[in-house]
Design a protein around this ligand. Structure first.
Ligand code: F6P
Length: 609
């Protein structure tokens, strides 16, 4: 059965078998919520086993206390917990205009106390401080993790290995400001003397998703949209020729600027797309046009030069900025400044800095990213919920979930701890999401009556747009937000057979119309969606991910898991090239299994059926 399969998988993950020296694995099952995933409970067999794994947080008394506490929580239902007003008040947090309501998490004040003890055991405060101090928290790459320096105020100091990095950051920001002003004012001319109107940013992963998220959020903000005028900012990420066609469709080479965004400047997809778009430019405007129409953002300025982009037109950043944390570097700031102008970008950076300061200085009890991180750890590691839905009731946040998928899953989807030992639990969660109310008409059936998936509802008090229908009291925005409030309670309270009977629901439909409820969520209510609050939101999510990684004792800042596929793609590429060049078939002796050999040959034959 699925549960047996999961038990055996979980058992393997714990590296334990009956009688093993590591201890035994017991499955805890919920008595009140049959949807809850059984959670593997590690019980170290003896003190020696604990000694052997001193660094793993799951062998600490603090972790064990939470496992024990889970049994208490299993006896509760959110419907009852929500009746306690003191509890709701204590779980309602506010910072910088943002409200985060944790009352619909399956927690009591005892849970929070135990999670705080776990955070202390994991040295969370020291790790947060270490991040801001430029400690090399990314051990496998021996790098600091300093995206917070990208939005530091000019007067802040962040000293890394004896050097304050803030002036360097501002040097690049000032260069972007000057460059974007020249382009936007028309002082910068394209190869035929025309002003630049549109921008295509070529990049993938962290060199794409974060900037796309921010751009999508700002497009309909009235202040930002006003600054954009008729300009267009487009992104080209996928190597799929269809994406190339879509990105370039309708653009004129004469008025288009292309930004090649790649931290390494080696990413296969980005470099191929960069060459393709260079050909598109050069075929129309000649080779000299590159100097006027192509710029780059990278840490690898040597390769930028080799590609043919002048150092003057290159915007650098640093190895202490991880790709998925690079939105506030030139990766995001350059395209956004070209589109919206420097003042908008400055407000965005200020918003991110504001949340950084909150994260760095607020006590755990008041610290929103810390709360988000701790409750996520509780949901994943103790309640056994493997997924998380990000549900903005805000169309402008439609690219939040795709961005957070990378930030969260590339950061925390790890198999080993900081010192390389296999983790005795699963880290990270499966993030996905869609804006409400669209998602309601898509996958909400499952989250209401199928699997339990902790949800994150995000809404704004004010809309970016004021669309009022004359004579109607409830605006489009009110209607949207009615759903924001309703969904969280529907998940938490559910609907009982008793309630259904009172509504005269026929007996045969009662099981179908019953909602078990007790499904956790957090509600995040922002005052509005402006450049400033988008910055706050971005930083809040980045820090949530870091908190989880700090507790789990993993490296949230490397991404070795993406390498194997890249290596195998290179092998396929080499063989595909040679097969095409000398008209040969792919053979198993090329190093592919029977299945791949057959598929490759089918592809090369050009047959589809
Ligand atoms: O997908 C792996 C990855 O290395 C990401 O971490 C990164 O954001 C992306 O590729 C793009 O890398 P680059 O900016 O070097 O082109």
């Amino acid at each position: 059965s699925r549960v047996q399969q999961q038990q055996s998988l979980s058992g393997q993950r714990f590296g334990a078998s009956p009688g093993s020296s590591r201890g035994s694995v017991k499955m805890a099952t919920s008595t009140t919520d049959r949807q809850a995933t059984p959670v593997p409970v590690a019980v170290p067999a003896d003190a020696a086993a604990q000694q052997a794994e001193p660094a793993n947080i799951s062998y600490t008394p603090e972790w064990q206390a939470l496992l024990e506490h889970r049994k208490e929580i299993e006896k509760t239902h959110l419907r009852d917990l929500l009746r306690k007003e003191d509890r709701s008040d204590a779980l309602f947090h506010e910072y910088g205009g943002i409200v985060a309501d944790f009352s619909r998490q399956r927690v009591t004040m005892k849970t929070i106390e135990l999670l705080t003890q776990l955070a202390n055991k994991a040295k969370l405060q020291e790790k947060i401080a270490g991040m801001f101090e430029g400690k090399h928290l990314n051990g496998t790459e021996d790098r600091a993790v300093l995206h917070v320096a990208l939005r530091a105020r000019r007067d802040q100091k962040i000293v890394v290995e004896g050097k304050d990095v803030v002036p360097e950051v501002w040097e690049v920001l000032d260069k972007i400001k000057g460059f974007s002003e020249k382009v936007r004012s028309g002082e910068w001319k394209g190869a035929t003397g025309k002003a630049i109107k549109d921008v295509v940013a070529i990049g993938i992963g962290g060199s794409f998703l974060g900037p796309l998220f921010v751009h999508t959020a700002l497009r309909t903000d009235q202040a930002a949209a006003h600054e954009a005028g008729g300009r267009q900012l487009r992104f080209l990420a996928n190597v799929d020729p269809v994406d190339v066609a879509r990105a370039l469709n309708g653009l004129s080479q004469e008025t288009t600027m292309v930004i090649v965004v790649s931290k390494t400047f080696t990413t296969a997809e980005t470099m191929l797309n960069a060459r393709t778009v260079r050909t598109w430019l050069v075929s129309e405007l000649g080779p000299e046009s590159v100097a006027k129409h192509m710029v780059a953002v990278s840490t690898n300025l040597k390769l930028v030069k080799e590609f043919g982009i002048d150092a003057e037109n290159a915007f650098g950043f640093w190895d202490w900025v991880g790709g998925r944390y690079s939105v506030c570097s030139a990766v995001g700031v350059l395209p956004l400044a070209l589109q919206y102008g420097w003042p908008v970008v400055e407000r965005f950076l200020k918003g991110a800095n504001d949340m950084d300061e909150h994260f760095r200085t607020a006590k755990f009890e008041e610290n929103i990213p810390v709360w988000l991180g701790l409750t996520s750890v509780w949901n994943v590691s103790f309640l056994g919920y493997a997924a998380r839905a990000i549900l903005p009731y805000c169309q402008a946040l439609s690219k939040l979930a795709p961005h957070i998928q990378q930030v969260s899953m590339e950061s925390n989807g790890k198999g080993v701890d900081l010192s390389g030992r296999r983790l005795p639990f699963e880290s990270g969660e499966i993030d996905f999401g869609e804006p409400g109310t669209n998602g309601q008409h898509s996958f909400y059936q499952l989250i209401h009556q199928g699997r339990v998936i902790p949800c994150e509802f995000i809404g704004t008090v004010k809309s970016q747009q004021s669309v009022y229908l004359k004579g109607e009291v409830v605006s489009n925005h009110d209607e949207l937000m009615c759903n924001f409030f309703a969904q969280a309670d529907a998940l938490a309270n559910g609907k009982t057979p008793v309630e259904l009977r009172a509504e005269n629901v026929p007996d045969h439909l009662i099981p179908h119309k019953t909602f078990t409820g007790n499904r956790p969520s957090v509600s995040i209510l922002m005052p509005d969606l402006t450049a400033f609050s988008v910055g706050q939101l971005l930083a809040m999510y980045e820090h949530r991910v870091a908190v989880q990684g700090f507790i789990w004792g993993i490296n949230s800042f490397d991404q070795w898991g993406v390498e194997l596929g890249k290596v195998l793609a290179a092998k396929v590429r080499t063989n595909m090239n040679s097969a095409r060049t000398v008209h040969r078939r792919i053979k198993q002796s090329d190093g592919f299994n029977h299945s791949t050999t057959r598929l490759l040959n089918r592809y090369l034959d050009g047959k589809t059926q």
